[in-house]
Design a protein around this ligand. Structure first.
Ligand code: DGI
Ligand code: FE
Ligand code: FE
Length: 193
């Protein structure tokens, strides 16, 4: 059995059916983007498959896992909405429970919700794949999927814009890493202006 099939069986037991279907779809989308952007396809498939492994865990578990993350990550996420913990908590969980030590995979899982400044190609792939996975109910989904294959950065921006828009006028904060991701992609375009 390949690592991928092993992880698929294991994650199926951990996730709800809905979340598992989403995870497989993100894995398929990650694979396509990895081929297009010449990233490691096997790693992208695994990171996509496992990115939401902690999404359905309870507050106590998420808080404990986050506390075991690197101090910088712990500090960056603590005090922000619990919904944001499942990325960094997932990276800790996959290292501890699945024995995954690959930093490319772990970082792609860690930052799949917020991104951060200076993202790697693998991080962008999972960040974007999560946004354009086949079950997302966007009217313009096929356009977003096509755009991701043309210019992945533009879809990174769109995911950030969707988040910023979602929380506008609410009391819920946008995570600083989401804003860093957004500004970091925009910056090169403004250098000449
Ligand atoms: O786990 P998924 O639902 O597949 O997608 P996700 O991990 O990208 O996002 C999880 C949730 O987190 C989603 O409801 C949007 C929210 N979110 C994303 N970025 C931010 C955010 N919430 C806050 N408060 N701030 C953010 O920057
Ligand atoms: Fe997620
Ligand atoms: Fe997801």
């Amino acid at each position: 059995m390949s690592d991928y099939e092993f992880y698929k069986d294991r994650s199926k037991k951990i996730l709800s059916e809905k979340r598992f279907i989403h995870s497989v779809n993100v894995s398929v989308a990650s694979e396509k983007l990895a081929v297009r952007y010449e990233a490691d396809v096997d790693k992208a498939k695994i990171a996509g498959l496992l990115h939401d492994i902690c999404k359905e865990m309870n507050e106590e578990t998420l808080t404990k896992l986050l506390s075991e993350a690197d101090f910088e990550i712990f500090n960056a996420f603590k005090g922000y909405p619990l919904k944001l913990y499942h990325g960094p908590a997932g990276a800790v969980y996959l290292q501890k429970e699945f024995g995954i030590d690959d930093k490319e995979i772990l970082n792609a899982v860690c930052f799949h919700t917020t991104g951060h400044a200076n993202m790697t190609t693998m991080e962008k792939i999972v960040f974007v794949a999560d946004y354009i996975s086949e079950e997302r109910p966007f009217d313009n989904l096929s356009e977003l999927q096509a755009l991701a294959l043309k210019n992945i950065d533009l879809v990174v921006l769109k995911k950030c814009e969707t988040t910023i828009e979602k929380f506008k006028g609410t009391t819920i904060p946008v995570h600083p890493y989401t804003l860093d991701t957004y500004n970091d992609i925009k910056r090169p375009a403004t250098k000449s202006q």
